[in-house]
Write a protein that binds this ligand. Structure first.
Ligand SMILES: Cc1cc2nc3c(=O)[nH]c(=O)nc-3n(C[C@H](O)[C@H](O)[C@H](O)COP(=O)(O)OP(=O)(O)OC[C@H]3O[C@@H](n4cnc5c(N)ncnc54)[C@H](O)[C@@H]3O)c2cc1C
Length: 444
């Protein structure tokens, strides 16, 4: 390690890093875990002097190499917790994990407005890639950012609020980690609420025919298509006031469905299906019969999120809401035509249009279609085939999930793409925060 590195207590030699989905490995030259903004500033100064690039990393739950670096891997997990509260506006340290939030927001009587499937991510990591849940009236997590503090490549601590540098907010709130290091974000929360969850197996033809009505008619609607079956599992969540009576899943039922079936048994069936692909269709039919017919009412984070211990790789595309049924049918036909055995369900969700420049829901009501493969299987043929279909519907890939798109072919899908690049040029002209993934999707 160099003299300068030793003078910066937050820095240590890098070590091999892997993401959650095991789709990315990196060999950072250094690793830094600053415990204060001053230490963070020192790390950035060191990187500039040493000619190294910097990538902030959250929980490593992106499937793309968006957080990978051979320079300095910056772990901001020590910058966490609640920093300020002003009504429903809560300022969180960028490294706060979503699973910390029930304990932090609960005593304030607050909650996140919407959440995705899991709570392992950091708030900065989740918002920077456009993480979303489902719901006709709700945008992704980043749409709730009202202010942020960003450390720039020049070492400046930039406040971005409705009164200061406000023009940067639509870029910084969902910035792919390309504009600087988020130190904190101010999230507009909502009063705590509970969710009534209804999960049912239903015929796929009915659900596809009723897709937009079902999305419009529920607070949070989504469904899972089990390949090789004609049944989907629908999830319909209704928002209720915080004092509505809870009817949580009994501990055994929750363990059976969410741990034993979704993780334990599922891992065994994946192993079997990999060895003998012909068993996948009957196993999928069995999975549909054994899971997904239940009702319960619980606090919002407990309904929105589940525990995922079976590792997989994922590609997810955002497309105009009305194209979802046709696109799902095309994927099913593709699987049948190619004779693939696909164990993982296709997940289908929805979100409101928003105005963040690189949001996958920018300017249009959006449906999301996500495809998965177990991490021990090669996802390339399936994902390549699905991606070709998604392109035909002007699909936009999730920034944190696998895809092969480039800046050149993404630009036409994002009306504010060049505005984002102009902000990048202004805040990071020397590309201190670059990596090969950002070069691919944003240009050099
Ligand atoms: C099991 C699983 C379930 C998932 N479910 C969903 C889902 O339901 N909905 C959905 O939309 N996505 C989902 N995802 C994707 C996931 O939410 C995103 O990939 C998210 O970015 C991961 O957050 P992270 O904290 O792990 O960030 P990382 O993957 O570590 O980093 C993501 C990006 O954030 C940047 N970043 C991190 N911290 C900072 C900072 N302080 N300042 C600036 N930039 C920063 C990184 O540089 C990188 O560019 C899921 C992923 C997995 C593995």
């Amino acid at each position: 390690m160099t003299q300068a590195a030793r003078a910066t207590p937050a820095l240590e030699p890098g070590r091999r890093w892997r993401n959650w989905g095991r789709s990315v490995t990196a060999e950072p030259s250094h690793r830094a875990k600053p415990v204060s903004v001053d230490e963070l500033i020192d790390v950035i100064a060191f990187a500039r002097d040493a000619g190294l690039t910097v990538r902030p990393v959250g929980a490593g739950h992106s499937f793309t190499p968006i957080a990978a670096t051979d320079g300095i891997q910056l772990d901001v997990s020590a910058l966490d917790g609640v920093l300020a509260v002003d009504g429903t506006l809560v300022t969180l340290g960028a490294g706060t994990n979503l699973y910390q939030l029930p304990a932090l927001l609960g005593p304030l009587g607050l909650a996140l407005q919407n959440m995705g499937d899991i709570d392992r991510q950091t708030i900065a990591g989740a918002t920077s890639t456009g993480t979303h849940g489902t719901g006709n009236a709700f945008g992704g997590l980043a749409t709730r950012i009202r202010a942020a503090t960003l450390l720039t490549a020049a070492g400046d601590v930039l406040r971005i609020t409705p009164d200061e540098n406000a023009e940067l907010l639509p870029a910084v709130a969902l910035g792919l980690g390309a504009l600087g290091v988020l130190v904190d974000v101010t999230i507009e929360c909502v009063p705590a609420f509970v969710l009534q969850a209804v999960e049912r197996p239903e015929p796929i033809d009915t659900v596809l025919a009723e897709w937009t009505d079902r999305v419009d008619g529920a607070d949070h609607f989504e469904f899972y298509v089990w390949p090789h079956t004609d049944t989907v599992l629908t999830k319909t969540n209704t928002r209720l006031p915080a004092d509505a009576p809870l009817r949580p899943l009994p501990a055994f039922g929750r363990w059976f469905d969410d741990e034993f079936m979704a993780n334990g048994v599922y891992r065994a069936t994946l192993t079997l299906g990999r060895a003998i692909p012909a068993v996948v269709p009957p196993l999928n039919r069995l999975s549909v019969r054994l899971t997904g017919n239940r009702e319960f009412t619980d606090t919002s984070p407990r309904v929105f999120t589940t525990n995922r211990t079976v590792r997989f790789r994922e590609m997810e595309y955002a497309l105009p809401l009305e194209h979802v049924p046709a696109a799902v049918e095309r994927i099913r036909a593709l699987i049948a035509d190619r004779g693939w055995s696909i164990s993982f369900p296709i997940e289908v969700r929805a979100a409101a249009a928003d105005d963040l420049w690189l949001s996958t829901a920018h300017g249009r009501r959006t449906g999301y279609i996500a495809v998965h493969r177990w991490f021990r299987e090669d996802p390339a043929p399936y994902f390549t085939g699905v991606e070709a279909i998604m392109r035909e519907y002007d699909g936009r890939p999730h920034w944190g999930k696998m895809h092969t798109r480039t800046a050149e072919d993404l630009r036409p899908s994002y009306p504010r793409f060049d505005d984002f690049l102009a902000v990048r040029d202004r805040l990071d002209p020397e590309r201190l925060f670059a990596n090969p993934y950002l070069t691919r999707v944003l240009g050099s």
